[in-house]
Each structure stands twice: as C-alpha cells, then as structure tokens.
Design a binder for this molecule. Sequence first.
Ligand SMILES: C[S@@+](CC[C@H](N)C(=O)[O-])C[C@H]1O[C@@H](n2cnc3c(N)ncnc32)[C@H](O)[C@@H]1O
Length: 219
Amino acid sequence: MSETEFSSSALGTKEHWDVVYSRELQTFQEYGDEGEIWFGEGSITRVVRWLNAQKVPLTSSILDIGTGNGMLLVELAKSGYSKLLGVDYCADAIALARSICEKEGVSQSIHLQVVDFLGTFGPSELFDICLDKGTFDAVSLDPNGGEDKRSQYVQTLCRILKPNGFFIITSCNWTKDELLAQFGEEFEMKDELLTPTFSFGGHTGRSVTALVLQRRNCS
Ligand SMILES: C[S@@+](CC[C@H](N)C(=O)[O-])C[C@H]1O[C@@H](n2cnc3c(N)ncnc32)[C@H](O)[C@@H]1O
C-alpha cells in the first residue's frame, strides 16, 4: 500500500495492530517479506534526506514512535545513524522489526522496545529527534477518546524531546494547519517536506503531510 487513507476507528485500537503485526510477522517468517511501508518508500527517503541535508550528526539520538516494522530506522542505520530506538505497543511489531534488523545487519545501531507511548514511558535520556509516521494518526482514531489521547501524546513528546529538538511527523489524517494547531504551542515549524500532490475538480491537494517541527526552548 502506498499513500493510504485512514478511514476506520479500528485503526485506533491496539487489537487492530496486534492482528496486523501477528500476520505480518508470520508472513516475514514464511516468505521474508517485510510487510507494509506506510505512505510508501518515499516517506522514508524524505525523512532520511532531510536529516542528511541538514547535516544532523550521526551520533544524534533518534526515537521512532510506533515504529511498526522498523523500516524507517533500518534506512537511518544504513545512512550511518547509530543511536536509534524504536518503540511500539504491539509486541509482534517489535518482534518483526527485530527480525528485519537482524536480516539487514543493523541490529547494533537499533534498539527496540515494547512501549505504550501514551503510558509511563520514561527514557533515561532526552532525544535529539523524534519521528512519527502514521502513529499520531492511529492515536487520533482511538474510539475511546481521540482528543484526550492526542493531548497525552503531545505531553509525552514534550517530556522526552530535548529543547530545540526536532519532531518529524508524517500524517495522512491531518493537514499542515491542523498539525500546527495541535503542536503549535510547544513547537514551531521548521520545514515542510514535499509530498506528492493530487488534483481533483480543479483543486490541488496533498494526501500526506510531512512536517519538521522544532521544540521551543522553554528554559
Ligand atoms: C500506521 S502504523 C505505522 C507504523 C510505522 N511507523 C510505519 O511507518 O510503518 C501505526 C503504528 O503505531 C503503533 N501505535 C499506535 N498507538 C501506539 C501507542 N500508544 N504506543 C506505541 N505504539 C503505538 C501501532 O502499533 C503501529 O505500529
């Protein structure tokens, strides 16, 4: 699947992701197929290219929130980044990501943990960079109160990201303005990453938004 639309609140439940990644783990074990790359390969290259273009040091600590199969981290490791952590609340996603990292020979650079990002996640050090590709979208669709979950998400993010640290988010559920409304109090916009456009009825739009936000220095 490439530029996918989220359409169902089932995507906001852990049960949904447990079923998805149990199947994807099994497929990987049987056929070696890494599974879905959410929003397509381009969504990975966009992030990696931006970090490279900004000359973000390879020693930066980078967290991928809701890492799924971990493919974004695999590409970052291949690019030379070595302090990478992927978290996901779905144990089979982490098992899949671990197997893929072993196959790709990048396990030394990537740590993986089963973590509910909306729980009591308390890393020992703050991160230089946090990444999200589709996870804030999923959190937003929680049928038991997306709005609460969204503010919990922002609170956790602010707790674990260094002042002036970058948050790079790729979303298909929210426009640039909506994301800025959600994160704008704590973050300022640094960059917008170009995503494919579509035209319909004389209007042009984007189905995926990718923004680089910078944590305001609160001290
Ligand atoms: C659309 S998938 C994207 C996966 C991955 N980022 C990618 O681009 O392939 C959303 C991911 O968020 C994870 N997720 C959703 N809510 C989460 C939470 N509260 N804590 C940790 N992971 C979560 C899901 O298990 C799933 O792996």
